[in-house]
Design a protein around this ligand. Structure first.
Ligand code: ATP
Ligand code: MG
Length: 627
């Protein structure tokens, strides 16, 4: 099979292509048609078909895999490690579903899940889709204010939480933050279910708060029948990372999502039933939804949930787990690879990694030094893949399961099946040929698994994503890129971050890539700031590897840029810093850097991991302002 012809078929004849892919999952009742695109840009996949994600992820495997491990929950924070077979997972999910039902949660009701990486979070998600309830997982690192806005948007009937998470050996309170968020929120949940881990003391609200252990005991032997739902029934809501501004509530369906995940396990991840998948993300992110919980389980694989940092007890912990559970596919983010890069590489070679076939990295640009380093350290293919919360599964990747194709450094690869991706000139909406920079867009219909709409706001879905390019109704990714002669895409940064220097447009990524080639650069971020003469000028922020040796680093970085991109791209300043502002998912928040550099208010920074970083950066800039 060739990738090219299959991809063409997936675009030209989606009914045939996705009709075949749909056979990967169980349908209780067959769908009437594969695609209904009579009301663009709203695509309805597999309408009329009845299915259930929980059935496909759990119940379906009881026949052949009841005693196979389905879930491994590892916490290096609490030093606990527990495995659940498919049968045990089935029982736990039934108990959780019974607790929901006993407390009035019905099909279509929202359940907000504010939890760390514990097994009960997995039960909580699966139990929702089992009964047709809609989950909204909120990343456990968010504080009250961010949580409150998500409570008001999703209006959950029930919230599931723990009293605390843990990070770096310290308990991180959850329940007190949740109480504060509920106080702030206009919409109050009827019930709060608390998984008490015994990490901190906390107070409860009579009549509202429920203890999970006690509730579970009441429903120990309950079985909750599957609620067969239409393929278009909403399975979950998930908010975007908030890197560029206010998070958007991405709404996802049931049937299309299950089919897309199942096909990606085969086409992209080359994963096989019975093996173990290890995704180091968090259930609070889209990668965690698809590749910690649903994808591997639908595919009959064991999945690892990991609570902890990649460095405790030491930097070998992830690879120790690969050896122990014979992980075949691993999925992480460049930011995690960069954390490991600062450690002794011996930690990565200490364990038997023979089961591992490839390491997938997504979420932000993968720079060459990091890719080369991790490849050298583990000696496995490193597979960059590009996607968004909105798309639900990799949009650009090498389809390794379809055809052996070369990887090109710096490129996440080619469009996945069903993604009709183009580069457009943002000034006149014209389609661009190879080697021309433009906005990356997707021509409708979006394939199965992509967002249905913005939760509760169809108008916002249209105006945010489909009306940004004048004269053309296409989905904008808000990413800026280029395509080579072979059709490989390269991401050059966010459209917000494109720099215009004297009429030349440059993606921040291009300049960052160039600077990261310097031997003493550990991390770098580039933003454009106002410049009276040139319109805009680039400035760079660099974290050095060796902080004691930076006297000539600025000049050297400038020289590197001159020689790779030309003097036009040369940053006006290279600031040496100790940290960069990042979202809680590890992405650099360039809009905040730019605001600080231009002396403006950075706006909403509630999604940022460490809010003191910006103050430090402000200090560095004040000492030597950009001209
Ligand atoms: P918000 O939309 O709220 O600003 P966000 O865009 O960071 O937040 P996500 O959906 O988590 O939220 O991230 C998707 C974005 O991450 C992509 O649009 C792209 O900018 C970036 N990205 C993801 N994977 C890659 C990759 N492999 N290479 C380069 N960039 C990537
Ligand atoms: Mg985004």
């Amino acid at each position: 099979m060739s990738y090219k012809s299959e991809h063409e078929r997936s675009i030209q004849d989606p009914d045939s292509f996705w009709g075949e892919q749909a056979k990967r999952i169980h349908w209780e009742k067959p769908f009437k048609q594969v695609l209904d695109y009579s009301n663009p840009p709203f695509a309805k996949w597999f309408e009329g078909g009845l299915t259930n994600i929980c059935f496909n992820a759990v119940d379906r495997h009881l026949a052949d895999r009841a005693d196979q491990i389905a879930l491994v929950a590892v916490s290096t924070e609490t030093n606990q490690e527990k495995t659940f077979t498919f049968k045990e997972l089935y029982e736990e999910v039934n108990r959780m579903a019974a607790i929901y039902q006993a407390n009035g949660v019905k099909k279509g009701d929202r359940v907000l899940i504010y939890m760390p990486m514990v097994a009960q979070a997995c039960f909580a998600m699966l139990a929702c889709v089992r009964i047709g309830a809609i989950h909204s997982v909120v990343f456990g690192g968010f504080a009250s204010h961010s949580l409150a806005s998500r409570i008001d948007d999703a209006q959950p009937k029930m919230i599931v939480t723990t009293e605390a998470g843990a990070r770096g050996g310290k308990a991180v309170p959850y329940k007190p933050l949740l109480d504060e968020a509920i106080n702030l929120a206009t919409c109050k949940p009827e019930k709060v279910l608390i998984v008490n881990r015994g990490l901190i003391e906390f107070t409860t609200v009579a009549g509202r708060d429920l203890d999970y252990a006690a509730e579970r005991q009441k429903h120990l032997h309950d079985l909750v029948p599957i609620e067969w739902v239409d393929a278009t029934h909403t399975s979950y809501i998930l908010y975007t990372s908030g890197t560029t501004g206010k998070p958007k509530g991405v709404q996802r369906d049931t049937g299309g999502y299950a089919v897309a995940l199942a096909s990606s396990m085969d086409h992209i991840f080359c994963a096989k039933p019975g093996e173990t998948f290890f995704c180091t993300s968090d259930i609070g992110w889209v990668v965690g939804h698809g590749y910690i919980i649903y994808g591997p389980l639908i595919h009959g694989m064991a999945t690892i949930m990991y609570e902890g940092t990649p460095l405790r007890p030491d930097a070998g912990i992830w690879w120790e787990l690969v050896e122990k559970y014979k992980v075949s596919v691993m999925f992480s983010a460049p930011t995690a690879a960069r954390v490991l890069k600062k450690q002794d590489p011996a930690f990565l070679t200490k364990y038997d990694l023979s089961s591992l076939r490839a390491l997938f990295l997504a979420g932000e640009p993968l720079d060459e030094p990091t890719a080369t380093w991790i490849h050298g350290a583990i000696n496995k293919p490193i597979v960059d893949n590009y996607w968004q919360t909105e798309t639900g599964w990799p949009t650009l990747a090498i389809q390794r399961g379809v055809e052996v194709m070369p990887h090109k450094f710096g490129s996440p690869g080619l469009p996945s099946f069903g993604f009709n991706m183009k580069l457009l000139d943002d000034a006149n909406a014209e389609e661009l040929g190879p080697n021309k920079k433009g906005v990356i867009v997707i021509e409708g219909p979006l394939p199965p698994g992509c967002m249905q709409t913005v939760w509760g706001d169809d108008k916002r879905f249209i105006s945010t994503y489909w009306e940004t390019i004048p004269g053309k109704t296409v989905y904008s990714t808000f990413d800026w890129g280029i395509k080579d002669d072979d059709g490989y895409f390269f991401i050059l940064g966010r459209t917000d971050d494109v720099i215009n220097v004297a009429g030349h447009r440059l993606g921040t990524r291009e300049i960052e890539e160039s600077i990261s080639g310097h031997a003493n650069v550990s991390e770098v971020a580039v933003v454009g700031i106002e410049d009276k003469l040139k319109g805009q000028a680039a400035i760079a922020f660099v974290i050095p590897k060796d902080a004691s040796n930076t006297a000539t680093l600025e000049a050297e970085c400038m020289k590197t840029v001159d020689s790779t991109l030309g003097a036009i791209a040369r940053p006006g300043r290279v600031y040496i810093v100790t940290a960069l502002p990042k979202t809680r998912s590890g992405k650099i928040v360039r809009r905040a850097l730019q605001a600080v550099a231009e002396g403006r208010d950075p706006g909403d920074i509630s999604t940022m991991e460490d809010q003191t970083v910006l103050a430090q950066i402000r200090g560095v800039i004040e000492q030597r302002p950009p001209t």
